[in-house]
Design a protein around this ligand. Structure first.
Ligand code: F6R
Length: 261
């Protein structure tokens, strides 16, 4: 894992956007894996700005989102499809037909899971996957102790996740308790991964993900086995790391081609 510590979440999001933009410039028909949640909002704003002001071109890009709540139609204002349309897709020139979010409101969700895997495979896999990190270490909606080799599946959200997301849900009582999510095995096949985690609430998950043992109790720790993962943190989320000086040392000794800024 490459661990980069930025001053604040804003700088972290700018760096995340730079990494994704670089991928699109190098490979205009890149396949992006995308996340929702509070963490990447500024990153999406920055990608939209790059499109507007710098001509970053999404016309050949394909996207796959990590997850969707079970039972919510795409037009529901708390669905992840709605989130993506609002925060990114309507601000850039991506072809909406090339944007994929798992459907959470179909009768046969198992078929949807299998189909989602096929759709990812059909375009040659994900070039770069953006991730956030749950307070309990989840990635996508893969909650603690789920299989580290899982494929797209239907998961029951943990109590912790329900509590964390209820605040942004409007009516917490109506928040779905299940989600369709890429599995950890699916996520691990992305050729490159960028995970963002900011703020004091993520301290423990960040410690376990980076410096803890590889263990299903912290799904994010699976990324220790991924060949090309960059973790972008801020001062708060990185505060518990034992090897903080080491990460800063590495960062300050990178060669020009190893840097993103
Ligand atoms: C979102 C997702 C989740 C979030 C995580 C962090 O698509 O899959 O894993 O990334 O719950 O959420 P925030 O960013 O709201 O702290």
């Amino acid at each position: 894992m490459e661990v980069i510590i930025q001053e604040n979440p804003n700088d972290g999001c700018l760096l995340g956007a730079k990494i994704i933009a670089k991928k699109i410039r190098d490979k205009p028909n890149a396949v992006l894996g995308l996340a929702t949640g509070r963490t990447p909002e500024k990153l999406y704003r920055e990608l939209a700005r790059m499109h507007r002001e710098e001509g970053l071109d999404f016309s050949q890009v394909t996207t796959f989102n990590l997850d969707e709540y079970v039972g919510l139609p795409p037009e529901h204002d708390q669905s992840y499809r709605y989130f993506m349309n609002e925060h990114l897709f309507r601000h850039i020139n991506v072809d909406l037909a090339n944007t994929h979010v798992p459907a959470g409101n179909l009768d046969d969700l198992h078929a949807e899971c299998r189909d989602y895997e096929k759709r990812i495979k059909a375009v040659g896999g994900i070039d770069i996957q953006l991730l956030g990190l749950g307070r309990n270490g989840h990635i996508g909606f893969n909650e603690p102790t789920g299989s580290l080799r899982s494929r797209t599946w239907i998961k029951i959200l943990s109590e912790q996740t329900l509590n964390d997301n209820a605040a942004v849900f409007g009516d917490p009582g109506s928040m779905p308790k299940h989600a369709v999510t890429m599995g950890i095995g699916t996520i691990m096949e992305a050729r490159q991964i960028v995970l963002l985690a900011f703020g004091p609430a993520k301290v423990r998950a960040v410690m376990e993900m980076i410096e803890g043992p590889l263990a299903a109790v912290c799904p994010g720790s699976a990324l220790q086995e991924h060949p090309r993962t960059t973790v972008v943190l801020d001062g708060n989320s990185s505060a518990g790391l034992q090897y903080l000086d080491h990460y800063r040392w590495i960062e300050s000794h990178k060669l020009a081609w190893q840097r993103y800024d």
